[in-house]
Design a protein. Structure first.
Length: 394
């Protein structure tokens, strides 16, 4: 549906039509000047000039309200308001008190088209001019009470409605921006997931393909086993990608440790890993924290297999007490070269973002005999508003 904002120029034919109807409704209060021209007993020349003046006033007022309204004090806007005010005063002084109603339209136009900092002064100024003209016109004081309040309150009411419309538009734009940011964040999350999932799986497939190629001439049975492993890894990678796309996948440390053992063994790297995460270390750890550590282990093992040229890899999982509270620490250290050393890649950058979202941190760098990656997450789930651990179901 097309909506017409008060204080906003129409954007299409429907909005122009609706706004013309609403503006035309309020022109009914010009019945007093019209009645004066028809029954006021003026001469023919005065009546003609009065009709011309009234038509010019209405057209000028309509153009001002329609074509402006962005709260910009341009010379055209200020000049148009000055012309309307002067025309209202001239018609009231020459034709009588019935024409004082034109000042109400000048006040409303001031509230509709001027910025707030100027309309707060322009509306009282128009009301003051109305008062002065009413006191100068014969019997104008009797009309003053009935016109001063509508002019004053109508002008400020228009500024309030216009600011409300502007605020609503700003909120809609902010909502659209938030939606765009959420979409960008989701795309970034998906990119991280696909990198972590496919990087690990494809590295393992590459290693096993190379092993199968080397075994194929003399050891067909072992080569067939490697091919079977490749098929299994491929199927699992497909499942992982589907789950990552739907947003339901949360890797577990136990599963990642088992996968790390397979990947390191296939690459010919001596692996020193805990056979299973100690249940006491994982007690009370939020799913998001454990998932972040699982991603860290996967990324670290992928880097060891693909880039390090290491002969040995050690993985440790310990709980430590820090000044900020207990943390669960995962350390992966190898004795390889550590790759090209051109700075953190997409994997480590995405991993750091994951850990930060879980309230943790990442440290990665060269050590004396290789490369070391340390990922830390809070060892206890943060309490929610009710004091229960998040995800406890309490």
């Amino acid at each position: 549906m097309s909506s017409v904002g008060i204080g906003q120029p129409p954007q299409n034919h429907r909005q122009r039509l609706v706004k013309a109807v609403w503006t035309g409704i309020w022109l009914v209060y010009l019945s007093a000047p019209v009645s004066d021209l028809v029954h006021g007993g003026h001469s023919t020349g005065v009546v003609v000039l009065g009709w011309i003046g009234l038509v010019v006033f209405v057209v000028w007022y309509a153009m001002l309200v329609f074509r402006t309204g962005r709260g910009e004090a341009t010379p055209l806007v200020l000049g148009s308001l000055a012309v309307l005010a002067a025309q209202s005063g001239l018609l009231a002084l020459t034709l009588g008190r019935e024409w004082l109603v034109l000042f109400v339209y000048v006040s409303i136009a001031s509230g509709a088209v001027l910025p707030l900092r100027m309309s707060r002064w322009a509306i009282p100024a128009v009301s003051a001019l109305l008062t002065a003209i009413a006191l100068a016109v014969p019997d104008g004081k009797a009309y003053l009470a009935g016109l001063l309040i509508p002019a004053f309150l109508g002008g400020f009411a228009m500024t309030g409605v216009r600011e409300l419309v502007r605020t609503t538009i700003a909120l809609r734009e902010a909502r659209a921006t938030v939606a765009q940011l959420a979409a960008n964040e989701e795309r970034l999350r998906l990119a991280r997931d696909l990198h972590d999932l496919l990087g690990h799986s494809l590295s393992l497939i590459t290693l096993k393909s190379e092993l199968a190629g080397r075994m194929l001439p003399g050891q067909p049975e072992k080569a067939a086993q490697q091919v079977a492993d490749i098929e299994q890894v491929s199927r699992q990678a497909l499942v992982d990608v589907r789950e990552a796309v739907t947003g339901y996948r949360r890797p577990r440390l136990s599963g990642e440790l088992a996968g790390a053992q397979v990947a390191l063994t296939a690459a010919g790297v001596a692996a020193d890993l805990p056979t299973e995460p100690d249940r006491a270390d994982l007690a009370g750890v939020a799913e998001e924290s454990e998932s972040a550590l699982a991603w860290a282990l996967r990324e670290a093992i992928t880097n060891v297999v693909r880039h390090s040229g290491a002969r040995r890899c050690v993985v440790e999982l310990v709980r430590r007490q820090t000044l900020d509270g207990p943390v669960l620490e995962l350390a992966v250290e190898d004795d390889g070269s550590g790759g090209s050393g051109d700075g953190p890649g997409n994997g480590l950058t995405g991993l750091s973002e994951r850990l930060e979202k879980a309230g943790g941190a990442l440290e990665a760098g060269r050590v004396r005999r290789g490369f070391r990656l340390v990922a830390r997450v809070p060892a206890e789930a943060p309490p929610d508003a009710g004091g229960h651990p998040v995800g406890s179901g309490a």
